[in-house]
Design a protein around this ligand. Sequence first.
Ligand SMILES: NC(=O)c1ccc[n+]([C@@H]2O[C@H](COP(=O)([O-])OP(=O)(O)OC[C@H]3O[C@@H](n4cnc5c(N)ncnc54)[C@H](O)[C@@H]3O)[C@@H](O)[C@H]2O)c1
Length: 266
Amino acid sequence: MMKRLLITGAAGGLGAMCRERLTHLAETIVVSDRDGLGSAAAHEEIICCDLGDKAAVEVMVEGCDGIVHLGGQPIEHTWEVVKNANIDGIYNLYEAARKSSVTPRILFASSNHAIGFYEQTVRLDAKSPTKPDGLYGVSKVFGEAMASMYYDKFGIETACVRIGACFPEPKNHRMLSMWMSYDDFVRLIERVFIVPRLGCPIVYGTSANSGVWWDNHEVAYLGWQPQDNAEVFRAKLDAELPAPTADEPNSKYQGGMFTADGIHED
Ligand SMILES: NC(=O)c1ccc[n+]([C@@H]2O[C@H](COP(=O)([O-])OP(=O)(O)OC[C@H]3O[C@@H](n4cnc5c(N)ncnc54)[C@H](O)[C@@H]3O)[C@@H](O)[C@H]2O)c1
């Protein structure tokens, strides 16, 4: 059991889920966001902080032995917004980790948009070159590169999890291939913090979906076995949504509609 597990982005969708479901991993759960987090439970500490604020991030990270880094800009936006949360924010996080009196193990919420311009017919593994589909995707590639450098230079271990679509249910047909259930994500987080040696792997964050595009054989040593399959939602999606046509971005590219988005000018 860890002493202090920090969850950034704890006011967000995945952060709120983790806040509720990771209590068994540490004596104290430090929850952080720039948005309101309500009142602290007995096992919690709340630290409100913008990831772009270097000094505040150092205070937030100090003494934490684990970090689930979910905070950040989660979709395409202007460069200034992406830069503050996902570029400066990641630099601030790793610098704080390097300076901390305790070296934390980190789970970094990367994204399928780091490889979004691959067509859906291509099967990827951890060695596949990145192919980001926008500024947001580029910022996740940057985060993965920072994780790699801080591991090689300072031994800070990070699991870079390229999350597909982690919601209670897949929201469209594309997500049938890359959906990750909350249960499978929690199982992955447990393995990341339990396994004796983590290193700095790329992990594809997906359930055991029948149509999955991604191969996680390189991280078999984690002992993570996703158990859910998005196929159970196919009939419901077929009934609710029009059938996708072959030439639309959501049917062609792994990153779906993000590949068709322009640059959001400041
Ligand atoms: N949910 C998914 O399917 C999915 C898929 C791929 C990647 N991800 C990644 O997982 C993480 C969590 O995603 P989510 O769906 O919970 O998103 P979310 O938007 O619900 O949560 C993100 C949280 O980060 C906080 N945040 C944003 N900018 C910040 C800043 N500058 N300083 C401090 N806090 C800031 C927001 O207030 C928010 O609470 C994100 O990094 C996202 O890129 C999620």
